[in-house]
Design a protein around this ligand. Structure first.
Ligand SMILES: Cc1cc2nc3c(=O)[nH]c(=O)nc-3n(C[C@H](O)[C@H](O)[C@H](O)COP(=O)(O)OP(=O)(O)OC[C@H]3O[C@@H](n4cnc5c(N)ncnc54)[C@H](O)[C@@H]3O)c2cc1C
Length: 428
């Protein structure tokens, strides 16, 4: 039985979230919503304004809903998370207020799965309380999509590990209380068996920001994605996360859900583009009539609505597959969503920008940032091509080569077979 309805209890929670985000959080976005402030827990806006809002979210039972009750969450399934995240995706601070901000949410998941009791107490508990931020360092300057190119090494030295190398685009590194770093621990086996994860507290000697890197709109020398050197960074042996050589198994725990959650928030951003497009069409007059009366604008609105609806259903279906069959069995659906996300978002933003004319590309609308955000979604967590290859591999598993020298849909062969079947009638 297929149902597109939402349980009344969940519908009530979603209505509360929508109102709360619009009235309490979006004003904070406008006043303080720069990426660096969002991740900087020491900024006064966190203590003064965000903590009280986080308390209200906790009282409502909506804090860190992606985590199980054991870790203070609600154990929401992916479908429930999808419906919630598409509202949070409209705001920069909303994920922080609801305890599901990337990369902290993914880092919390792997600490919950693989952390020792000591690691959980020191790193997971304050992370779940929203008191600290964290960073995840995998990408290196010479290669992000191909882990075989990673060269950052960790070598065991008695009761310690010593880490040397460089990491690139380590989002929020300077705001984070700790970083989860991937490093090669056994170069004699495949990178997938010879790489491990380490918990590196901020301020450990040997950590050095080579330079601050930002996104296109950030001023030179600023930004939240620094290039970081690890020069003899020494951590106790107990800072190994999971087993030695397990980094890529652990990374998968983090990335599957993370990709889907980005897509869920993108649904919200795409819906926001449609809202802006329609408002503009109903407000702007040219050559004596509203844009909304121009057929080419109507076509844009129709396309925008269709693509949003298709994408939203695709994301909800992928979420349902994860809930029903598990993330591994839903690889195809997750990869397809990852491929669709940047394209749908990009097309939605460009359409809305165009309808706003010069204002659309100006720094007085959120659209230019959204455009770069859409492109980033096609690169972060692996470029589109890698996920297209995964998707194609999964789809091909369900197909077989043709048994003869002609395709199975080759008409002459099929027609001959059909004619032979009805020969009595055809010949008679
Ligand atoms: C906003 C943002 C935040 C990020 N935050 C983090 C972070 O916190 N921590 C972290 O570790 N990393 C982070 N990254 C880095 C991200 O994971 C990498 O950028 C990504 O893995 C791609 O690596 P790369 O940039 O080195 O590109 P490359 O690997 O050099 O790829 C460049 C291009 O080559 C092509 N290509 C690559 N591989 C293939 C293939 N197999 N088949 C066909 N074509 C291919 C694609 O067109 C691809 O876009 C972030 C990136 C962005 C944009």
């Amino acid at each position: 039985m297929i149902s597109f309805g939402v349980e009344p209890a969940l519908a009530a929670e979603l209505a509360w979230i929508r109102e709360f985000v619009a009235t309490e959080i979006e004003p904070l976005d406008l006043a303080f919503g720069d990426e660096e402030v969002v991740y900087d827990k020491s900024h006064p806006v966190h203590g003064r304004h965000l903590r009280p809002l986080q308390d209200r979210v906790r009282e409502r039972g909506l804090w860190s809903c992606h985590l199980t009750p054991e870790f203070g969450g609600q154990g929401y399934g992916q479908v429930q998370l999808a419906l919630m995240n598409e509202i949070l995706g409209r705001s920069a601070f909303a994920p922080t207020v609801f305890g599901c901000q990337a990369p902290d949410s993914g880092n919390a998941e792997i600490l919950a799965h693989y952390g020792t009791p000591g690691q959980r107490e020191r790193y997971l508990t304050p992370l779940l309380d929203g008191r600290i931020s964290s960073c995840y360092a995998m990408t290196e300057p010479q290669g992000g999509a191909d882990p075989a190119l990673f060269t950052t090494r960790a070598v065991r030295d008695g009761d310690h590990w010593v880490i040397d190398g460089e990491k690139w685009f380590s989002s929020s590194f300077e705001k984070a209380a700790f970083t989860i770093v991937m490093a090669v621990t056994n170069p004699d086996v495949s990178v997938y068996q010879g790489t491990s994860m380490f918990l590196v507290p901020a301020g450990t000697p040997g950590l050095e920001v080579i330079r601050r890197t930002g996104l296109g709109y950030d001023a030179a020398g600023t930004g939240n994605h620094p290039y970081v050197r690890y020069d003899g960074v020494t951590v106790p042996a107990e800072n190994l996360l999971g087993a030695e050589g397990q980094a890529f198994v652990i990374a998968q725990t983090r990335l599957g859900g993370g990709r889907l959650h980005h897509a869920m928030r993108t649904v919200g951003a795409v819906a926001r583009c449609l809202d802006m497009l329609c408002e503009r069409a109903l407000s702007r007059t040219t050559q004596g009539e509203l844009l909304a009366r121009k057929q080419l604008t109507q076509q844009k609105i129709a396309d925008a609505w269709i693509e949003l609806t298709q994408f939203r259903l695709q994301v909800l279906h992928a979420a349902w597959c994860v809930d029903t069959y598990g993330a591994k069995a839903a690889r195809r659906e997750i990869a397809a969503v990852k491929v669709a996300t940047p394209k749908v978002y990009h097309d939605a933003v460009v359409r809305t920008m165009h309808a706003h004319g010069a204002l659309g590309i100006s720094n007085e609308m959120p659209l230019a940032r959204m455009l770069l955000g859409s492109i980033a979604l096609g690169i972060a967590d692996g470029p589109t091509e890698v996920h297209q290859a995964t998707l194609a591999r999964e789809v091909l598993k369900e197909h077989r080569p043709s048994s003869g020298s002609w395709p199975s849909e080759h008409v002459p062969d099929r027609r001959d077979a059909a004619r032979a079947r009805y020969a009595d009638l055809l010949e008679g």
